[in-house]
Design a protein around this ligand. Sequence first.
Ligand code: ADP
Ligand code: MG
Length: 266
Amino acid sequence: MTDLLAIDDLTIRHAGRPLVAGVSFAIAPGERVGLIGESGSGKSLTALAAIGLLPEGMTASGSIRLAGRQLVGAADRDIVGLRGSVVATIFQEPLTALDPLMRIGNQIAEVVRRRARRDGQPVDVQAEVLALMARVALPEPRRLARAYPHEMSGGQRQRAAIAMALACKPRLLIADEPTTALDVTTQAEVLRLLEALVREDGMGLLFIGHDLPVVGAAVDRVLVLRGGELVEAGPVAEVFGRPRHPYTIGLVEAARTFDRAIGAAL
Ligand SMILES: Nc1ncnc2c1ncn2[C@@H]1O[C@H](COP(=O)(O)OP(=O)(O)O)[C@@H](O)[C@H]1O
Ligand SMILES: [Mg+2]
């Protein structure tokens, strides 16, 4: 089966300086992959390159295939079409995905309409919006659909952003630190929801984070990025149980120490 995402020898440069160097990995349909590493290690740039949305002034070399089609060097128009039909993204700050001046139900409806046009299939927009809101466990969908983003909590906004991602019916979901901006309890809830949705729909997942236990709980396989280079990759149990690279050993050790400290404090 064709990989949803296949990245081969990806290097991302800014002003001649490599920020990501020689990164290769692939995600098969339904596979859940975690990308971890400290802040500034190149996680977000890798994700942005994967959807053809690198910031101004950055260049990518190597190969990035989305559902078999090459992104590096492709025309913007083709990239937009390909992105729309294969992948949806959720970012750390849900407000970046939401329009502050539009009721949340209308924002989700817009995505549903766009997808219906793309697939050439008629849809009962209102019914689907309410179903999506219920699916991400937003309370009282009928009432909340009329709310503006500033009237919602951070957790509700991130659930709404997830509903918009699901409305695209993506085959691959890229979630870049989707729970980092939320308080710890809400983090756990949103994470459990994401995990359940990905499993139910059989979506591929690229889950980005810096917290090893959080990422490990949501994926099958992890990649460890450091200073723009992949230093370790493998099944979660293997990387956590027998980390090989000194950097990964440090990450695992730090997570264990933290767990012990929490345990001692309880
Ligand atoms: N728009 C930009 N212009 C210049 N440098 C950037 C830009 N975005 C990110 N960088 C640099 O690229 C590196 C990787 O960034 P990023 O992928 O955002 O890291 P992460 O998501 O792992 O925290 C960092 O050193 C960061 O400073
Ligand atoms: Mg980032």
